[in-house]
Design a protein around this ligand. Structure first.
Ligand code: SAM
Length: 273
């Protein structure tokens, strides 16, 4: 069980993974996503959109809806609201009631207590107006699910994505300097990570190919896959395939000292319907 208050405290510290890496990537993704929408709107209705508009919030349709999977303490929801999404149009989903009880979510965000593997029936029942999301975010969740549940979840998500909707996924990179070992990568065993805010968390290690294959199996189209870390650029292609991971491992079989992966090493993907 997660101690939600301690978790919230941790994510606020300047050197937390959220502040050093995840929040930055989400901001970058949102900026790009809204910029694309802006260009699209400009093309489509250029007589209605004044050229002087610089803020995204005036461009985000009033009914722009986001589903935030594993919404946790509300960090993702906060970023979305800062970008101009109406909190009443966000549904934050989590299977841990403690996390949903935290006060860190922006006022107005809708909370759904459900497991991502089978949330659609409960979503329909509790929020009947929310069948079609314009964006789905899943920050640091799918490494906690085994492959079968990952694919089940993606199939559920696809059912509630609107036609132009995008799915944003962030994960610990399967090769992380702090917890992953060569043997773990090879065997893809379950790993426990001791966290300051809860009992040890089980990491269901999956390879990069499995993350991609799961998306394809659910009928989603992965159009972007990138790595990032505390000391690495957002658009880098560092260890972006299992083959590259293996050659990295083979280059230094004793320990990952030479060219070791960055701190808070992450994999992130974007997928469309
Ligand atoms: C590491 S936290 C990430 C929180 C938040 N997304 C963020 O970026 O700060 C993972 C969250 O996923 C939730 N979670 C784990 N397994 C889940 C599942 N099967 N269905 C829904 N939520 C889940 C946990 O309760 C936790 O709140």
């Amino acid at each position: 069980m997660v101690d939600a208050e301690r978790f919230a405290e941790y994510t606020k510290t300047p050197d937390s993974a959220w502040n050093l890496v995840e929040g930055k990537v989400l901001n970058y993704v949102l900026e790009r996503y809204y910029k694309d929408r802006f260009d699209w709107l400009k093309r489509k209705e250029n007589e209605l959109i004044p050229a002087t508009i610089t803020k995204y919030d005036s461009l985000i349709p009033k009914d722009f809806r986001v589903l935030d999977i594993g919404t946790g303490t509300g960090n993702v929801a906060h970023t979305l609201v800062e970008f101009g999404v109406d909190p009443r149009n966000i549904v934050g989903l989590d299977n841990d009631p403690n996390m949903l009880k935290t006060s860190n979510h922006p006022d107005g965000v809708n909370k759904l207590h459900a497991g991502v593997q089978n949330f659609v029936p409960k979503l329909k029942e509790e929020f009947p107006g929310f069948g079609n999301f314009d964006m789905v975010t899943a920050n640091m969740v799918f490494h906690l699910l085994n492959y079968g549940d990952y694919v089940k979840s993606l199939k559920q998500i696809k059912q509630v994505m609107a036609e132009r909707s995008q799915l944003y996924i962030m994960l610990p990179h399967p090769l992380r300097e702090d917890i992953h070992t060569i043997a773990a990568y090879h065997d893809r065993r379950t790993l426990d990570e001791i966290t300051p805010w809860c009992e040890p968390v089980e990491y269901k290690v999956k390879t990069i190919n499995e993350y991609k294959r799961g998306l394809a199996q659910a009928g989603l189209n992965t159009w972007k896959i990138r790595t990032t870390g505390a000391d690495q650029g957002l658009e880098d292609n560092f260890l972006l395939s299992d083959e590259a991971v293996w050659s990295h491992i083979r280059a230094d079989t004793n320990h990952l000292t030479k060219a070791k992966p960055p701190h808070y090493f992450r994999l992130w993907l974007m997928a469309s319907r």
